[in-house]
Design a binder for this molecule. Structure first.
Ligand code: HEC
Ligand code: HEC
Length: 422
């Protein structure tokens, strides 16, 4: 509330009321009180477990008919990254590992749609079980391929591409949204002139009206902002409609008729959707408020590691600082561009504007938390350590990997310790 309450009792309140009436409050510090409350509500909505319709509490219902999880928080636990864990049959444990389905034209599988949903409302069959087949390599790494099973609606079309992805941590995504498009285009232009093979591309997304926007959210930078990413999660992962994706049946395809006919949430009378703008915008504001993680450790070894990180070329893609509109710079350790990372990291999903071997430079800010939580690194969680994650780098990063391979064991350890401190 800033300076308003510091005035003697009654006068402060009266002045606050006057400011509200005159509209002057918009630029006054008093406006922050409203933001704080919105963030608290946003956090509660992020953690809320939605329920299928019809429910006694209408405000909570509309989950499904098909869904992957009941809340944002079940895939992004404590706003962090999901753990990629599989049982002895290779079946995923817990939530937060999703199987994305798609065709090169951007559509989904004709029967299963754009996600393999592992849950459904009572009376409806879930689509199947998400699994992974791991192969141990000679150097100790494990390769990973998606392996869906118990498919309830027939075989998957062999032409459908599959991409296994873990839910990333959400810290610092507000700062990520705050990086101007022009900064991405400037880095793209700068890298295009390099002779060492590093040449990232901003993800370009063509809207139905022909407008082109730049993507930056998701492992393949498929979304331009947090709002669209959150609306897609409501739609595909929770099966709930929003002002952006208005169909109440979420990812049920025309081939899944029982799913299309299942009961839907009443939603909000005004917006006519299960998740009205008032909910969506508060969830988005909450996610955007999560700060960029600050590295905990420092010291001589870490400082050596930081120098090596720059000298072998990691920092070319994992940029220690990106310019932001409001706060100067953000230490996210990404360039937010797509890079060809080679066959070792490729999956079988090509999308408009992003090929199967292209990935957004993963932001390294917060890697220490992922390592502490033993979640696994890389888009499908296959790497257990920083060294394993580095060893998977190919394609545009091949030159960097060769320089890394030429380091002494002690230098490699210092570099890994630095990355693990972020
Ligand atoms: C079933 C699990 C699941 C649920 C539920 C889920 N997410 Fe996610 N989330 C993911 C995955 C997986 C990705 C990466 C997507 C990709 O690469 O396309 C992701 C990505 C994101 C990102 C982009 C992060 C980045 O690094 O670019 C944001 C923001 C996000 N989710 C917010 C939300 C919000 C808000 C909700 C609730 C409305 C939500 N998520 C629900 C799994 C989930
Ligand atoms: C050409 C750009 C490029 C260079 C150079 C590069 N990386 Fe990466 N890095 C990426 C991309 C893209 C990903 C995401 C790949 C994926 O998940 O499939 C990634 C992922 C990672 C991850 C996993 C992060 C996570 O959140 O799961 C780590 C750790 C990492 N890189 C460290 C390094 C280090 C250390 C170096 C230098 C030795 C390096 N990278 C050089 C582009 C690059």
């Amino acid at each position: 509330m800033g300076w308003v309450p510091s005035l003697p009792g009654g006068r402060g309140r009266a002045l606050g009321a006057v400011l509200l009436v005159t509209g002057a409050v918009l630029s006054a510090p008093a406006a922050f009180a409203l933001d704080d409350l919105d963030l608290k509500i946003g956090k509660a909505l992020f953690e809320r477990a939605w329920v299928p319709a019809p429910a006694s509490t209408r405000a909570d219902d509309g989950l499904g008919p098909l869904f992957d999880a009941r809340s944002c928080a079940s895939c992004h636990p404590r706003d962090g990254r999901a753990a990629a864990r599989f049982d002895s049959d290779g079946h995923v444990e817990g939530r937060g590992v999703v199987l994305v389905l798609g065709r090169p034209d951007g559509s989904g599988d004709a029967v299963y749609g754009r996600r393999l949903q592992i849950d459904a409302v009572p009376g409806l069959k879930p689509e199947g079980i998400i699994g992974a087949a791991d192969t141990a390599l000679a150097d100790g790494r494990r390769a990973r391929a998606p392996q869906p099973s118990a498919l309830a609606y027939g075989a998957l079309d062999p032409a459908t591409g599959l991409s296994l992805r873990v839910a990333p941590a959400l810290f610092g995504r507000g700062a990520m949204a705050d990086v101007p498009d022009a900064a991405l285009l400037a880095i793209e232009a700068e890298q295009a002139k390099r002779a060492d093979g590093i040449s990232g591309r901003a993800r370009r997304i063509t809207r139905p009206d022909g407008r082109v926007v730049l993507g930056r959210f998701g492992w393949r930078a498929a979304h331009p902002d947090i709002r669209e990413q959150a609306a897609e999660a409501f739609f595909l992962d929770l099966g709930m409609s929003t002002p952006l994706f208005r169909e109440p049946w979420g990812d049920c395809t025309a081939a899944q008729s029982a799913c299309r006919q299942a009961p839907h949430g009443q939603g909000d009378a005004e917006d006519g959707v299960e998740i009205p703008e008032a909910i969506l915008s508060r969830v988005v504001a909450y996610v955007a408020s999560l700060p960029v993680p600050v590295p905990a450790a420092s010291g001589a070894a870490v400082a050596d590691g930081a120098r090596l990180f720059a000298s072998v070329g990691c920092g070319e893609c994992h940029r220690p600082a990106l310019p932001t509109r409001s706060s100067g710079t953000a230490a996210l350790f990404t360039d937010l561009l797509l890079h060809n990372m080679g066959d070792g990291l490729a999956d079988t999903l090509d999308e408009p504007g992003a090929a199967r071997d292209e990935w957004r430079t993963a932001p390294l800010a917060g890697v220490s938390r992922a390592l502490a939580g033993n979640t696994g690194l890389l888009h499908d969680g296959r790497a257990r350590t920083v060294a394993e994650a580095i060893a998977w780098h190919g394609g545009e990063a091949a030159g960097t990997l060769a320089r890394y391979d030429a380091l002494t064991a002690a230098q490699k350890a210092a570099l890994a310790a630095y990355v693990a401190s972020l």
